[in-house]
Design a protein around this ligand. Structure first.
Ligand code: DC
Length: 231
C-alpha cells in the first residue's frame, strides 16, 4: 500500500492556501485541517468574552479562558469539507468576518494560545495522510513534514481576492479596508515573538500572483505525487 505523508502548506493570508489544500486533500484521500480556523475560533471566543488582546489584562483573560474552549472539525457531507465548531456551535460563518480578521493576529501572537493549538494540531496529524495549512506548520507543527509549500502573492492581489470573497458573502467592505487588514496581518504574523511566519528552509516557495487555481492545483498535486512515490 502507498505510504501516507504529511503535507504542510504555509504562507501569507489570502494566498489561497485553503482552497488548494482542500482540493489536494480530496484528490489524495487525505484529511484537511485549516489551522487558521482554530485561531479564528479562539478569537471569536475572546471577543464574545470582552477580550481583544490589546492590554496585558486582556491577554491574561484570554489565557485563563483557554480551558473553556473546545474546538472540533465536523464534516459537512453536502459541502464536502469540515466546519469549525466552538463548544459544539457551528461558527464557520462567524469566524470568517472582517471583524474576527481584525483581531485574530493579536490572539495568534499569544504564546499560550499557540501552545494549546499546536498540541491539538500535532495530535490530528499523528497518523499522517494529512494536508494542514497555516503559518507555522512546516516550521513548528510538523518540522519533519515530507512536503512543505510556502505560498506567496502580492498584497494587492491577495486583498483583491479576499475582497471579492467577502462581497460574494454579502459583507459590506471596501477594497482599501481589506488591503489594510491584509498588510496589517502580514506585519503582525511575520514580526511576532512566538513562531513568526517564515518559510521553512526545506519548503518550496510558490508565488501564485499570476497563476490560476487549476495550474496551482496541478503543480502542487504533481509535487505531492512525486514525494509519495519516494516515501
Ligand atoms: O489563514 P487565516 O487567515 O484564516 O489565519 C488567521 C490568522 O491566524 C492569521 O492572521 C495568522 C494566524 N495563524 C497563525 O498564526 N498560525 C497558523 N498556523 C494559522 C493561522
Amino acid at each position: 500500500m502507498e505510504k501516507k505523508i504529511t503535507i504542510a502548506i504555509d504562507g501569507y493570508s489570502s494566498t489561497g492556501k485553503s482552497t488548494i489544500a482542500k482540493q489536494l486533500a480530496t484528490a489524495l484521500g487525505y484529511v484537511y485541517v485549516d489551522t487558521g480556523a482554530m485561531y479564528r475560533a479562539v478569537t471569536l471566543f475572546a471577543l464574545r468574552n470582552g477580550s481583544i488582546a490589546d492590554t496585558d489584562e486582556d491577554v491574561d483573560n484570554i489565557v485563563s479562558l483557554l480551558s473553556e474552549i473546545r474546538l472540533k472539525f465536523v464534516p459537512n457531507s453536502s459541502l464536502g469539507y469540515c466546519e469549525m465548531y466552538l463548544n459544539d456551535e457551528n461558527v464557520e460563518a462567524e469566524i470568517r468576518t472582517l471583524h474576527v480578521s481584525q483581531f485574530v493576529s493579536k490572539v495568534a501572537a499569544i504564546e499560550a494560545v499557540r501552545v494549546k493549538l499546536v498540541e491539538l494540531q500535532q495530535a490530528m496529524g499523528r497518523e499522517k495522510g494529512i494536508v494542514m495549512d497555516g503559518r507555522d506548520i512546516g516550521t513548528v507543527v510538523f518540522p519533519d513534514a515530507e512536503l512543505k509549500i510556502f505560498m506567496t502573492a502580492s498584497p494587492e492581489k491577495r486583498a483583491y481576492r479576499r475582497y471579492k470573497e467577502l462581497l460574494d458573502r454579502g459583507d459590506k467592505v471596501t477594497y482599501e479596508e481589506v488591503l489594510k487588514n491584509v498588510e496589517h496581518r502580514d506585519y503582525i504574523d511575520t514580526n511576532r515573538e512566538f513562531s513568526p511566519l517564515r518559510k521553512a528552509e526545506d519548503a518550496i516557495a510558490f508565488d501564485n500572483s499570476d497563476m490560476g487555481l487549476k495550474e496551482q492545483f496541478e503543480r502542487i498535486l504533481s509535487y505531492s505525487q512525486r514525494v509519495i512515490a519516494r516515501a
